[in-house]
Design a binder for this molecule. Structure first.
Ligand SMILES: *[C@@H]1O[C@H](CO)[C@@H](O)[C@H](O)[C@H]1NC(C)=O
Ligand SMILES: *[C@@H]1O[C@H](CO)[C@@H](O)[C@H](O)[C@H]1NC(C)=O
Ligand SMILES: *[C@@H]1O[C@H](CO)[C@@H](O)[C@H](O)[C@H]1NC(C)=O
Ligand SMILES: *[C@@H]1O[C@H](CO)[C@@H](O)[C@H](O)[C@H]1NC(C)=O
Ligand SMILES: *[C@@H]1O[C@H](CO)[C@@H](O)[C@H](O)[C@H]1NC(C)=O
Length: 494
């Protein structure tokens, strides 16, 4: 069967109940300037109906905060629609109501039902590379690196963030938490690595280092979140020009003419080729068929021309997804179907990260000096529920070290990602691979999400404890990126 566009589409029932509200809303707004917001919110809205109709249960705060591995596979059934449900015509992913005929890609949609309640990773899925030590990626391979930026603590920063909602013209409304009343406490922290410093982000320095270069964030809505952060940070020095947006707003390009720096974002949920599983009615379900031996050409075809690529990912693997190889379905993730092996999230993530890194390492048309960064997994911080079941994240300061767990699936995904970077370095030719290891820092930032602080005219009863407010802790990722870039190209040539 021909794969349909990966756009999520709502069930007829859900669509009918929402569409009139949507069209009213659309008429009130300047459609073009609100496109991004509409995409986010239409998706969120449909998800709200979808998930609330499935009666997600609450998790304990402890589970939500620590993401402890659990052997309670029942939990996943409450958070990720099961196969039986997925086959029901009424259960399908979100749809953009603004483009009724073309289903809209799930560009900025919610990656998964709730990553906090991920089931334990079955022993069978543990990779062979498991033996590698946790710090395998740091230090050894890069002896010149004096300081491991990934280990440290959040300390008070009385100066607050580099930009505000008044100084960032591109700040998306959905991340403008201050506008919607979020406690400003989360703004006054900076990441202090053990044994060294991560300097305050200097936009001028970044633009000097990146002069004449092209950088792309490749991945899901969290990759976009980092792009939005970098746009805000850099716009303190130079106003970017919006030069390209594809029809679905999945691929976007900005240019800083004064520094000839090009910034892109490219959408891919899985890096591998993923197509929505169709329900009995022929409509896409929330599940995907992931072809482990085939990459999504939407991003690989755009690699040539890049000087820097930042890849990430993981959150979309918490759904019920099916794994394919050689045109054959070999198993699944999070399914509970007799005769089908559940390989676990970490296995699937390892396979696609490996495939993506190897493809970049082998890329013949890519620039010789291409540097690829893997930004490690970041968890959500839902407490007492999920997106649409009353979950919240209203803390006003970072968690304490003792409140996070190194037993979580998030930590395991980070380990898988860093091991794969180490692995590809051994085979890479002229391209190089770096890690932006933000997992621990972000595990601590339960206070950095929008939660319920967004425009309630769009979605009334949802909470976003996965994405990050702007300004906010996500800005640190770009601080780390700048440190690495400055290290790689310390002498910008003018
Ligand atoms: C590639 O992008 C197009 C347009 O955004 C989209 O319709 C298509 O589904 C994407 N392909 C995959 C495999 O994601
Ligand atoms: C910016 O944030 C302040 C709170 O810090 C809020 O009062 C104001 O409405 C916001 N303005 C814009 C344009 O987002
Ligand atoms: C800008 O950078 C691109 C490479 O990204 C280069 O091809 C082009 O010549 C540069 N333009 C100027 C005016 O320096
Ligand atoms: C919002 O969700 C919570 C949790 O499901 C529920 O108790 C509450 O009644 C909902 N509020 C509205 C206005 O729907
Ligand atoms: C966070 O929200 C919960 C539930 O609404 C409430 O019980 C708690 O007091 C709130 N905490 C803070 C710090 O506002």
């Amino acid at each position: 069967m021909m794969p349909l566009p990966t756009s999520p589409s709502s069930s007829p029932r859900l669509l009918r109940s929402n569409s009139s509200e949507w069209h009213a809303v659309v008429q009130q707004r300047n459609v073009r300037s609100s496109l991004l917001l509409l995409l986010v919110l239409s998706t969120v809205f449909v998800f709200s109906v979808l998930y609330s109709s499935h009666g997600f249960g609450a998790t304990t705060a402890d589970q939500a905060l620590t993401q402890r591995q659990s052997t309670d596979h029942g939990a996943i059934d409450r958070f990720v629609p099961g196969q039986e449900e997925a086959d029901e015509p009424t259960v399908v992913p979100a749809e953009n109501n603004e483009v009724p005929e073309q289903s809209l890609p799930s560009d900025i949609s919610l990656p998964s039902a709730n990553t906090s309640t991920a089931p334990a990773v079955p022993a069978s899925s543990r990779g062979r590379a498991e033996q590698t030590g946790d710090q395998s990626s740091a230090g050894a391979a890069h002896a010149e690196e004096k300081c491991d930026l990934s280990i440290g603590k959040w300390v008070r920063e009385p100066r607050g963030p580099v930009y505000t909602n008044l100084t960032c013209p591109t700040l998306p409304d959905f991340k403008n938490c201050q506008k919607y009343g979020k406690d400003p406490g989360h703004l006054f922290w900076r990441w202090l690595p053990d044994g060294c410093d991560l300097p305050r982000f200097a936009p001028e320095r970044f633009l000097d280092v990146a002069r004449g270069k092209t950088l792309a964030f490749i991945g899901d809505s969290l990759a976009r979140n980092q792009m939005e952060s970098l746009l805000c940070l850099l716009s303190q020095t130079e106003t970017p020009t919006d030069v390209y947006r594809d029809a679905f707003d999945k691929f976007r390009t900005w240019h800083f003419p004064g520094h000839n720096f090009t910034l892109m974002v490219m959408w891919t949920e899985f890096y591998a080729h993923g197509v929505p599983v169709l329900g009995a009615d022929g409509k896409p379900t929330p599940s995907f068929d992931i072809h482990l031996d085939r990459l999504n050409a939407n991003w690989t075809s755009r690699l040539p021309g890049l000087d820097y690529a930042v890849i990430s990912g993981g959150n979309w693997f918490f759904r019920v997804n099916y794994l394919w190889e050689d045109g054959r379905r070999i198993g699944c993730v999070n399914c509970r179907e007799p005769g089908l092996t559940d390989f676990g999230i970490a296995y699937a993530v390892r396979r696609v990260v490996r495939a993506a890194l190897e493809a970049i390492a082998r890329c013949r048309d890519c620039k010789g000096g291409l540097v690829t960064f893997l930004r490690t997994y970041t968890p959500d911080h839902f407490e007492h529920g999920s997106w649409f079941s009353g979950g919240y994240c209203n803390r006003t300061r970072p968690l304490e070290e003792g409140e996070i767990s190194s037993q979580s699936i998030g930590w395991e995904l980070r380990r898988v990602q860093s091991e794969e970077v180490t692995r590809v370095r051994e085979t890479a030719g002229s391209t190089s691979f770096e890690l932006l290891d933000v997992t621990k820092a972000m595990m601590l930032r339960a206070d950095g999400h929008p939660g319920g602080h967004y425009d309630k005219r769009w979605v009334r009863n949802a909470s976003d404890c996965l994405h990050w407010c702007l300004p906010g802790p996500v800005d640190m990722w770009n601080g780390m990126l700048l440190q690495r870039l400055a290290h790689i190209s310390p002498q910008p040539l003018l």
